[in-house]
Write a protein that binds this ligand. Structure first.
Ligand SMILES: [Zn+2]
Length: 433
């Protein structure tokens, strides 16, 4: 394991050089690359991955004749639920060769998922993200305020001189900590603020309530949650800054980044993206389906991300890159939890369930300032360990002051829109879209 981690930086550097070149490729070169990568991946899956061996046999799909993008629709969509149930079969028989690291996520959906990432996919993700940040103007040592859940034991924020970054722990986001942060930022003006849009907005709103001055960075980089048009306008107005949005995911099946000309691009040299309607036919507004080219330890071919996007009509961007343009990303928004000590917890709460096996779906509901209950839909893999891990996960985030009840249910509460939010606040902490 240690060896594989040490290898990543070299791979990142090598990959980064390649990403600098591939962003300038012509449409033809990009298409050729995509077809070649898909052919290699499908052949590998056919040779080494039990799930695909069984699937291809069942649907009479001959991987030897696979030609790339044109034949991709012959392979059925891979649903998150299938990954959850068949994760062992999705692991390549020769996975150790690629470096195995188990990862887990729940996105903001309330359904935990475990899967494997290998060295190549991780190195590619870092290189592709780094390139995206450079589009926004990031340079090494840019004076950065990073707003993330760091789980600091005592401090609200800490400075790291090597990266010139001030790290603010969003698990400690409350009026008091934001007040201290903004006082600090008066003398330490960041050039970049990066983090979840919800948290960066909350800092602004608390600051405005206090009548405190907000920093005016050159750029704000948001990731981790969907950035709505309204949020983008507010962030830009409050901080007098340009906002760059990035979409990526733990599974690495898709990536969308905003370029210096303001357009969101599908990162097509990192993954192959498809947009499908309810009948799984290609369309311009629909479900985002992604196939990462690099995760040979556990290939996820045509993985449904559970996010929706709308492609733009414009065929070209001023930046000159030939990556398709996305007009809008429609993700999931939820309410937020407020703890008795005044901390505000948004989608970070969804990670409470990451380590609990056997949860099909979950929902966290706050009905009093000191009480939440979690509704769970479970399967037979859920056991006492899952319950223990869930409780640890919840306590780690909300602390010890709140009472927690756990209910096992058959259905979760839906909104009128049909969406199933992960957090529901009955005490008025609505998260506006
Ligand atoms: Zn562009």
């Amino acid at each position: 394991m240690e060896k594989s981690i040490l290898q990543i930086p070299f791979k990142v550097i090598r990959n980064y050089q390649r990403y600098l070149r591939s962003q300038n490729w012509s449409k033809n070169s990009l298409s050729y690359f995509q077809d070649q990568k898909l052919i290699q991946l499908v052949k590998h899956a056919n040779k080494n991955v039990p799930y695909y061996q069984n699937l291809f046999k069942k649907i009479k799909f001959d991987a030897r004749t696979f030609r790339g993008r044109i034949d991709l629709p012959k392979i059925p969509i891979l649903e998150k639920e299938t990954v959850r149930k068949s994760v062992d079969k999705l692991l390549a028989k020769n996975a150790t060769k690629y470096g195995i690291r188990w990862d887990s996520t729940s996105g903001s959906t309330g359904t935990p998922l475990h899967f494997v990432l290998d060295d190549q996919v991780q190195a590619n993700k870092i290189a592709a993200l780094l390139r995206s940040y450079c589009w926004a103007g990031y340079k090494f040592y840019t004076k950065t305020l990073s707003v993330q859940s760091y789980y600091f034991v005592k401090e609200n924020f800490k400075y790291n001189p090597f990266f010139n970054v001030l790290r603010f722990d969003t698990n400690r986001l409350c009026k008091n900590s934001v007040h201290k942060l903004l006082v600090k930022l008066k003398s330490w003006q960041p050039d970049l603020i990066m983090g979840f849009p919800f948290d960066i907005l909350m800092i602004a709103k608390i600051g405005i309530d206090f009548g405190l001055e907000l920093p005016t960075p050159k750029m704000i980089i948001t990731y981790g949650e969907t950035l709505s048009c309204n949020q983008r306008t507010q962030l830009s107005k409050f901080y007098h800054s340009k906002v760059y949005d990035f979409y990526s995911m733990h599974e690495n099946s898709a990536m969308i980044s905003q370029c210096e000309s303001g357009n969101l691009h599908l990162i097509e040299d990192f993954a192959y993206h498809e947009i499908l309607d309810e009948n799984d036919k290609h369309t311009s507004t629909g479900d985002l389906i992604g196939t990462n080219y690099y995760n040979y330890a556990m290939p996820l071919i045509r993985y449904r991300t559970l996010d929706k996007v709308e492609l733009s009509n414009s065929a070209s961007c001023k930046c000159g890159r030939n990556f398709r343009i996305v007009k809008e990303i429609f993700g999931k928004a939820c309410d937020f939890i407020e703890t008795p000590d005044g901390r505000i917890l948004g989608s970070v709460m969804s990670h409470s369930i990451d380590q609990a096996k056997g949860i099909i779906a979950s929902q966290c509901i706050q009905d009093k300032i000191d009480h939440i209950y979690t509704n769970l839909i479970i399967d037979k893999e859920f056991d006492s360990n899952s319950l223990k891990n869930l409780k640890i996960g919840l306590r780690k985030r909300i602390g010890n002051e709140m009472k927690i009840d756990i209910n096992f249910v058959k259905n979760l509460k839906k909104r009128q829109s049909g969406k199933t939010p992960f957090i529901i606040s009955k005490i008025g902490n609505k998260y506006q879209e």
